[in-house]
Write a protein that binds this ligand. Sequence first.
Ligand SMILES: Cc1cc2nc3c(=O)[nH]c(=O)nc-3n(C[C@H](O)[C@H](O)[C@H](O)COP(=O)(O)OP(=O)(O)OC[C@H]3O[C@@H](n4cnc5c(N)ncnc54)[C@H](O)[C@@H]3O)c2cc1C
Ligand code: FES
Ligand code: FES
Length: 483
Amino acid sequence: MADTIRFLLGEEERALKGVSPTLTVLEYLRRHERRTGTKEGCAEGDCGACTVVLGEPDDAGGVKYRAVNSCIQFVSVLNGRQLIIVENLKAADGTLHPVQQALVDYHGSQCGFCTPGFVMQLYAGWLEGRLTDRQAVKDWLAGNLCRCTGYGPIVDAGLEAGASAPPDKAAIAQTAKRLAALDDGSALHLVHDGQQVFAPRSADELAEIYAAHPDAVLVAGATDVGLWVTKQHRRLTALIDLTSVKNLAIIEEDDEGVTVGALASHRDATEAFARLHPDLGELMRRFASIQIRNAGTVGGNIANGSPIGDLPPALIALDARLTLRRGQEGREIPLENFFIAYGKQDRAPGEFVESVYVPRLAPDMSFVCYKLSKRFDQDISALMGAFRVKQRDGRVAEARIAFGGMAAIPKRASAVEAALTGTLVDEMTIERAVAALAEDYSPITDMRASAGYRLKAARNLLRRFFLENGGDRRSATRVLEVA
Ligand SMILES: Cc1cc2nc3c(=O)[nH]c(=O)nc-3n(C[C@H](O)[C@H](O)[C@H](O)COP(=O)(O)OP(=O)(O)OC[C@H]3O[C@@H](n4cnc5c(N)ncnc54)[C@H](O)[C@@H]3O)c2cc1C
Ligand code: FES
Ligand code: FES
């Protein structure tokens, strides 16, 4: 196994060892490289001030670039990749990159603290060709906060940058070759001062290493684990970085359903989810920010067992199945059975989440999922309701309903389902089901919402489902309609 992290910092090659495996990319840049253009605002992935771009070879001889929050990424993620930071954008002769020039021209900066983050996020949008219209630029910037300038000039600058000449494909192909030359295909094992990280390259290697080190913390997108270090100041002694396990990042679709590998990022999975149902696509658009969706994984969102994770209730309502693996042994379980109690999942030591399978909806099924949070963008749910209901001849033939934020785990509403199944869809049935919600859940009060709010909002979401999907009772209820 290699004991050195090899990567490109801009165009310069770096070989890094003798550092803590939980050193963040931001700390590495500021303290080790003395490149202080990248700023720290929140140190928890929320403000975007620390945005950098990571590139890795794609299958077409090019480089796949993605913006991430450097404050919550650990250094091992750099292995075999290109790290592009704000200092790399200005040309040697002092010419600003079109993104930087547009921010100057449109007065998109005042105190300037947020500006490097905006520059890098817009730069990533320019690389990906995403700065196409006003709404696209706003969505693209949902993870970047500015307290002074106001977003109007920044969005204008984004549009201007989006219209500038596209990236140089020949130069990108050259970078891909340099990255390929850095990579001898071996796993990484970095040891420093009582801490170690492994970065396996395949599911088989991962299975072997995890079986030998079942106490190690698996790190996928680090959008949770990063905060254990930056906010909870936990010392993690053994980690397994999953970001190079490419065969766990698959997304396979057929007529029956979709299989999403645990390592597929939220961003990569969005289109496949949207094809399952537009509501799922809309849920992903509102899931955190582009930077978090680039790093965070579907497997991490399930494995962390959070009662307020967005995907589990939706996938439980869709009757998803989870595949787990330990060593050479695999097993498949209904996703709902994975969540046992708060902080307790059905996962043995050394066992990891391999993939989730989501069946398509039958023609007579309706599906919706509703996320309620204090902000539209970049906010974790106070409450999340997902409904899959089969109706035939005005009756409910089958109901699968799951909520997040209502219990210690994402959980089905079995009493509600029983109250609905086999009955005529009318006012009385719906109100009986609404009343049954109190049998299913006793929500708690916390900083996101009170227990009373949660129960009342869940009841209203159930009524809303039937307003949108109750045969001739249909009516429009959405401020923002999905396609
Ligand atoms: C600013 C911000 C906004 C967020 N917004 C949202 C939001 O809107 N909705 C939402 O649901 N969540 C949100 N989150 C939480 C988080 O982004 C997601 O839960 C994400 O999916 C976690 O995935 P990850 O790959 O980053 O997990 P990691 O942080 O890498 O890991 C999370 C946990 O899962 C374990 N794990 C990871 N992969 C596997 C695997 N394959 N097998 C077994 N265990 C595994 C890890 O050991 C760890 O315990 C947000 C987080 C931040 C920082
Ligand atoms: S410092 Fe705020 S997102 Fe990283
Ligand atoms: S210019 Fe001051 S925070 Fe954005």
